[in-house]
Design a protein around this ligand. Sequence first.
Ligand code: PLP
Length: 497
Amino acid sequence: MNYQQARWAEPLIFELSKLGRAWPPPSEKLLKSVNIPKKLLRRRLELPEVSEPQVVRHYTRLSQMNWGVDSGFYPLGSCTMKYNPKICEELAGLETVACIHPHQSEDTVQGALELMYKLEKYLAEIAGVSRVTLHPSAGAHGEFLGMHIIRAYHRFKEEGQRTEVIVPDSAHGTNFASAAMAGFNVVVVPSDVRGRVDLDALKNAVSDRTAALMLTNPNTLGLFEDQILEITDIFHSAGGILYHDGANLNGIMGKTRPGDMGFDIVHYNLHKTFSTPHGGGGPGSGPIGVTRELERFLPVPVVEYDQKHNRYYLDYDRPDSIGKINGFYGNFGVLVKAYAYILLMGADGLTEAAETATLNANYIMRKLLGVKGYELKFDSERPCKHEVAFSAEPLKRETGVTVRDIAKRLLDYGVHAPTYYFPPIVPEVLMIEPTETEPKEELDHFVDALKAIVEEARSRPEKLRTAPHATAIGRLDEVKASREPVLSWRMHRRLKG
Ligand SMILES: *Cc1c(COP(=O)(O)O)cnc(C)c1O
């Protein structure tokens, strides 16, 4: 048992509880003073009674059992797990930010509305679109909203027969799902030998039933679609809408803009590129930007500015709006972090982040190109953008070690695994996105770890098949975990006996 595993075996906070150890419960006097209705008061509250140091140790221990971007390198392709400045967290946690309520009157939240209004403007400038809505709570939510706007647009033009959305086979899974959930038929087009969308297949797929194309550029192989202007031409002449999956703008922000490429709608993942760490399910924010022509369909409310009275307000009076897609106005804390991040970086800083992210990915790509066991399935001549997708198929052929084994073993080297088994068009894929915030030494360590793993695959493959060995939890039985999930501490305890 390693140190981490030993700590995992220590009693949990619930088991350390001793009557009277916690600070005393609120006094009768205090309870009377806050005047909580009797029927809302619980007679018994089953909270563990532990001391402050025990609580602190409990949560610190739990945090150490997980892997986060604050623990180490996290090159999770497509997800942009970059380090996010802590000052943004601090600002989002200010009482004046965290404690405002969406039911407050507009007069009391002018600052919040101003922040949203200005963030919208910055994001519009970054992507080259006319207007932005901050409503969606995730990238997939933004896609779903985009699909509804596309439908509204075609109906508005009395072209309701446009029921097909074209998606390349390299796309993120959410693209297919969002289009289907919004009621469209999904038409999949293949990639060509260079890892771009196959232009001929695309031309063949377009018809008067085409509603939209969803495209990620740079795509999920980290490659820039250099025929993008041709693609947008094909679609626009056929009456389709171009949707840009901009979940990850880290490779292009400040350098080029989806709007300039001819896209009509673009979503941003503030929780990837703009300073909200993610994973574990939220909170996120997936604003979308649209061209002038599509503005009328944006969800309500829209934040507006009344110049005459120097006042920000929420506009619900938009007859062509597709309606509401969120309870209030998105995840405000995430918006605050994105706004702070953009101001902190400035235009030059954002551009430099994209350049460094791209440089780092290319550094890794060049370093790994000569390593036997890994290979690029597509264009190895062209520089990549913010990420690079290597295949470990040669290593599997030689040693039987899979990319899952590699991913697990990397944890023992103090590195979170890159994305693996995605995109599915590359067998045994490791999709590496180093981001701009890692120093050269960290990139070198990562490459060295991948090289060392190749050697291990040849000399002691068993070590890889059973990895990880240095983490709190070892190799999980993923099939059993999904068939017999243990979802609570009580279930876990009962099983442990
Ligand atoms: C992450 C991601 C999405 C989905 O974003 P969520 O916030 O996870 O819903 C869509 N497309 C791409 C390319 C992504 O990387």
